[in-house]
Design a protein around this ligand. Sequence first.
Ligand SMILES: C[S@@+](CC[C@H](N)C(=O)[O-])C[C@H]1O[C@@H](n2cnc3c(N)ncnc32)[C@H](O)[C@@H]1O
Length: 411
Amino acid sequence: MVLTLTVVAANQAIPVSADALSHTQRVSAFLHLQIQQAGGWLPFSTWMHHVLYAPGLGYYAAGNTKLAETPNTSTTALSGDFVTAPQLTPLFGQTLARQVSEILRQTDTLDVLEFGAGSGALAHDLLSALHAEGLNVRYNILEVSGDLRQRQQQRLAAWGDRVSWLETLPTHFAGCVVGNELLDAMPVELFAWSDQGEVLERGVVSSDSGFAFLDKPASPKLADAVRSRMPALPCYTSEVNLQAEAWIRDLGRWLTRGAALLIDYGFPRHEYYHPQRQRGTLMCHIQHRTHDDVFLAPGLQDITAHVDFTAIADAAQQSGLDVLGYTSQARFLLNTGLPQLLETYAQQQLEHPDPKDRAQTYAAVQKLISEAEMGELFKVIALGRGIQAPLNGFSQSDRTGQLDAQRAPPV
Ligand SMILES: C[S@@+](CC[C@H](N)C(=O)[O-])C[C@H]1O[C@@H](n2cnc3c(N)ncnc32)[C@H](O)[C@@H]1O
């Protein structure tokens, strides 16, 4: 049976099944219990962690489809809630493989480690492209979602023991690390500036209608983090991703030689905490609709925040890593040879025409590089140790200079 759920924020009706409805009720009951056990108030980051990752309940930890399997065409219904670059076209992974191979050659290793591999599409495309180049890589995956890990194991079964799954962070690793839309999936701290210039931490409480926000004076750690990022702006709300920064500092401990390529949507700090972005960057995805009502249907929708790439670069430098490059996704893909790969694809199409695949591929490439779609909003940052820069992907239009923390947001 399909019932109708209404997304008030986006004023759109979202149909959900009776099973999905009872799932979100179970997730809500769990969240209310967590709030009660914490004394009536949960930091937003803890709430977001549960709503995304609580075992068997959270958005990434239950059996829902999440990532769309089918490329976007006018004739095919999209499954899941959102599409990521690897889901759009294998050309994304094939292009990224060129950068991965440069890093592997520089480190003289054959080890790749992907974090948050989603459906396994990127792993498959990287493995195929690197093997075609004669690089018989050992592909490691660290995935926090048991459900997605199973999906990856099915998708990558043909690669046998070339692929392994890690349970915990490595103690040492030399090679290439990859993470596409990893950092945006980490729980964030929410803050608000009071009228008096005090930093408040936004938490979640139970309310008659479900969940509501309640602000409290921020801990010294969060208040310091906010004050070091932006001037006081009354009624301004945004996020700080302390978990992502800690993850980067860890990377600095275990990445002994090599580089991490992290691809995500976000901005340098002066754009992130821009006075006009006064409601922050939290976004929800459900059935390919985007809105900002984080309390809608817990467990049925993804919740993400954009990445402050200045914070990522700072955390990397604090842990001894070099920022090897930072640029837009479009520029990175053009630098690493997407046009040449597209030309090869066009040749293949002349020999074996497949109009449907051709239409999907060109639409996907347009989406990946168009400034109005993913090309400009998504960025690629490379962090590493013992690597000679510039890497190919940043050979033109490297924007590392924009990550300077001293560039204060305009007031
Ligand atoms: C938005 S999805 C992106 C999936 C995939 N990379 C793609 O591009 O299609 C985020 C992924 O990161 C995983 N994830 C989140 N935090 C993680 C962490 N700390 N370590 C490893 N995986 C993580 C999620 O389970 C999920 O697979």
